[in-house]
Design a protein around this ligand. Structure first.
Ligand code: OAD
Length: 232
């Protein structure tokens, strides 16, 4: 892989599974009997804000019990050492990439440790539970909600992500089921611009056939091995 300069890496829940965070569509993927698609919507927030806030409060609290694993650490080492352009685009709302030390990182689906004012759009760092109707310290309105991109909302920084993929020589997808667009379509853009495409996942994903190569196994083994190959 020594002819590569620009790399885009997409990560999903599978990269954090070995840290102890449940994936969305695995056997432990239901929460109080709800599918993620039933909790993470603007309609659910309007119908039952208490339920939606509790879902994310539990996930935010769980962050204190987990730590980055070898896959997060390997990507942070690659970020620090890679001389070309590199962008880690995570669908994850946990903070394990940044706790491992990754810097060139976009949280396209938002962050648990942030609250978003639905009135003025201000994002505020948040570590505690977030009761519905909490006050925004910018506009003063009682409209703070989890800073999570719900189904039906536009993910963050799509222009920057698209530009990075269009410049990429290598696109890597790690630990994602390929069930949620637009992230699931990034591989097609990467192929279109001639980038090499590599998937690292425990099971084949919905879009495996789009990738030049799929390697199956746990992220904690596959990701450090890939980083070793890239940094020789
Ligand atoms: P999913 O739960 O849909 O998929 C997780 C993927 O990780 C599966 O393909 C598993 O095979 C794989 N996996 C599990 N353990 C692994 C391991 N140890 N090593 C490598 N791979 C492993 O999660 P996502 O694809 O991230 O959106 O889900 C995408 C989006 O759906 C999430 O960002 C979330 C959810 O709704 C929002 O919250 C907006």
């Amino acid at each position: 892989m020594n002819d590569l300069r620009n790399i885009v890496i997409l990560t999903g829940a599978g990269i954090s599974a070995e840290s102890g965070l449940a994936t969305f569509r695995g056997p432990d993927g239901l929460w109080e009997g709800h599918r993620v698609e039933d909790v993470c919507t603007p309609e659910a927030l309007a119908r039952d804000a208490g339920l939606v806030h509790r879902f994310y409060d539990e996930r935010r609290a769980k962050l204190a019990e987990v730590a980055p694993n070898a896959a997060h650490e390997a990507l942070a080492a690659l970020d620090a050492a890679w001389p070309g352009d590199l962008l880690i685009v995570t669908q994850n709302v946990d903070d394990l990439h940044e706790r491992a030390g990754a810097r060139r990182l976009i949280h396209m689906h938002g962050e648990l440790k942030s609250a978003l004012c639905a009135a003025c759009g201000k994002a505020i760092g948040w570590v505690d539970p977030l009761p519905p109707a909490s006050l925004c310290d910018g506009c003063g309105k009682p409209r703070l909600r989890p800073d999570i991109v719900f189904f039906g909302e536009m993910p963050y920084e799509m222009e920057a992500i698209d530009a990075a993929i269009r410049d990429a020589d290598l696109f890597v997808s790690i630990g994602t089921s390929g069930a949620v667009y637009p992230a699931a379509g990034f591989v097609q853009t990467a192929r279109h611009v001639g980038a090499r495409t590599l998937e690292l996942n425990l099971d084949p994903s919905a879009g495996s056939f789009y990738f030049d190569e799929t390697r199956l196994g746990p992220a904690s083994e596959l990701v450090p091995a890939m980083v070793r190959e890239l940094l020789v």
